[in-house]
Design a protein around this ligand. Structure first.
Ligand code: PGA
Length: 241
């Protein structure tokens, strides 16, 4: 078991003004500071600066959604570790299935990004997950084990979060059965040398299924997309019972 981390992945949502409005409501909706649960918001790059100021000194942590492996250079459209740490960012999502599907991310580039994040003191959240056709073909374990092995080459497992996100469950409302997510996360844990790595579940996590998901023994948190955009709903997820 690892530390409990509930992270929101806003994807390409929220301007600076919208982000501040969200924080205002979220802060008033969270129950008494529960230090045993880390709350992370992975926001678009443009909102990070202003959010960092608003979150300063509080318990909510800031995350980004990508990081390049070089510190600077001719990489149009990319963002580097020093640019993120300067803004108070502590986490970064790496290898999300949308990056893999639409922007050519591979296990190898995800691995470079994980290593870069760690070298700048950021905690990478490495996403893995199978497609529907891979699942139907009985390939889930093989796919996941390969993504983990390739993604974690030369990676320090003392500063790492993994998110198991079955692609067919992302944004579809089609949540993976909690017991099945628990089983696959157990398979992931068997691949790790450090048993304390936080392994989250992601894919259509909502206020109405978070309690069941978090009741599973292998699941150490959630990576929440759509349901993290509404502060009241996200607060209910963070305040799971
Ligand atoms: P979802 O997205 O909660 O909207 O399914 C999860 C994710 O992509 O991280």
């Amino acid at each position: 078991m690892g530390k409990i981390i509930i992270a929101g992945n806003w994807k390409m949502h929220k301007t600076q003004a919208e982000a501040l409005e969200f924080l205002h409501v979220l802060k008033s909706s969270l129950e008494e500071a529960n230090e045993a649960r880390e709350v992370v918001l992975c926001a678009p790059f443009t909102a990070l600066g202003i959010m960092s100021k608003s979150l300063h000194g509080g318990l909510i942590r800031l995350g980004a959604q990508n990081i390049h492996w070089k510190e600077n250079g001719a990489y149009t459209g990319e963002i580097s570790g020093p640019m993120l740490t300067e803004l108070g960012v502590e986490y970064v999502v790496v290898g999300h299935s949308e990056r893999r599907q639409y922007f050519g991310e591979t296990d190898e580039t995800a691995n470079y990004r994980v290593i870069a994040a760690q070298s700048h003191g950021l905690t990478p959240i490495l996403c893995v997950g199978e497609t529907k056709s891979q699942r139907d073909a009985g390939e889930t374990e093989t796919v996941i084990i390969n993504q983990i092995k390739r993604g974690l080459v030369d990676v320090d497992q003392n500063n790492l979060v993994i998110a198991y996100e079955p692609i067919w469950a992302i944004g579809t409302g089609d949540t993976c059965e909690a017991s099945e997510a628990n089983r696959v996360i157990g398979v992931i844990r068997e691949q790790l040398s450090n048993q304390e790595v936080t392994i989250q579940y992601g894919g259509s996590v909502k206020a109405n299924n978070i309690d069941e998901i978090m009741a599973q023994p292998e699941i150490d948190g959630a990576l929440v997309g759509g349901a993290s955009l509404d502060p009241v709903g996200f607060a209910r997820i963070v305040n799971y019972h």
